[in-house]
Design a protein around this ligand. Structure first.
Ligand code: IMP
Ligand code: MG
Length: 184
């Protein structure tokens, strides 16, 4: 797997240091709140597990799974919720966790859907945020790292469902993405 990376962006110590900082911030901000964390699977799995173990608050955890047609033309920007029932969010302070903010489509759809269930507040926490113009306006309240507009894998993030188990985050070699795109 390592040979498929152009370079490593954030190694394990760098990720851990940043998680300590974000967890401290979240713990402080929600110290007097009824917090429900909603993690977006599968990409946020490692992030969720490592971040939440650093937050010593009484919180509830729920997960959502969505299918978004990423990489396809923007017009098909539909986000399909795989659950029938939404987590119970009424009157709770909601913190959505996701792996990466790219076009913003996925998080805009999730936030919109959760808003209909009348939570007390909604904030967004992402491990990575790409510096780019977004198709949908979504701002994250907590961001692990800002990155350039490059395709990254590892620590939960995938390419064609692979690389999620790499313990660090790196930029995937461009030829690999091109090869895949050229397949019939
Ligand atoms: P958005 O809806 O365009 O913001 O995309 C969000 C989803 O696309 C993320 O939750 C990821 O699953 C996927 N994604 C976007 N950029 C990357 C990347 O660089 N590497 C891996 N997955 C990505
Ligand atoms: Mg993905």
């Amino acid at each position: 797997m390592q040979g498929d990376l152009e370079r490593v962006l954030f190694d394990e110590p760098a990720i851990n240091r940043r998680l300590d900082e974000i967890a401290a911030q979240i713990s402080q901000d929600y110290r007097d709140s009824e917090l429900t964390v909603i993690a977006v699977l599968n990409g946020s799995l490692m992030f969720m597990a490592d971040l939440l173990r650093r937050i010593p608050l009484r919180l509830k955890l729920d997960c959502l799974s969505v299918a978004s047609y990423h990489g396809k033309p923007e017009a098909s920007g539909e986000v399909i919720f795989k659950q029938v029932a939404l987590p119970d969010v009424i009157d709770r302070h909601i913190l959505i966790l996701d792996d990466i903010l790219d076009s913003g489509q996925t998080l805009a759809a999730i936030r919109g859907k959760l808003e209909t269930a009348k939570p007390r507040s909604i904030r967004i926490c992402v491990l990575l945020s790409k510096k780019k113009q977004r198709a949908r306006h979504v701002a994250a309240d907590y961001v692990g790292f800002e990155i350039e507009d490059e395709f990254v894998v590892g620590y939960g993030l995938d390419f064609m469902e692979g690389y999620r188990n790499l313990p660090y985050i790196g930029v995937l070699r461009r030829e690999l993405i091109a090869q895949q795109n050229n397949r019939p």
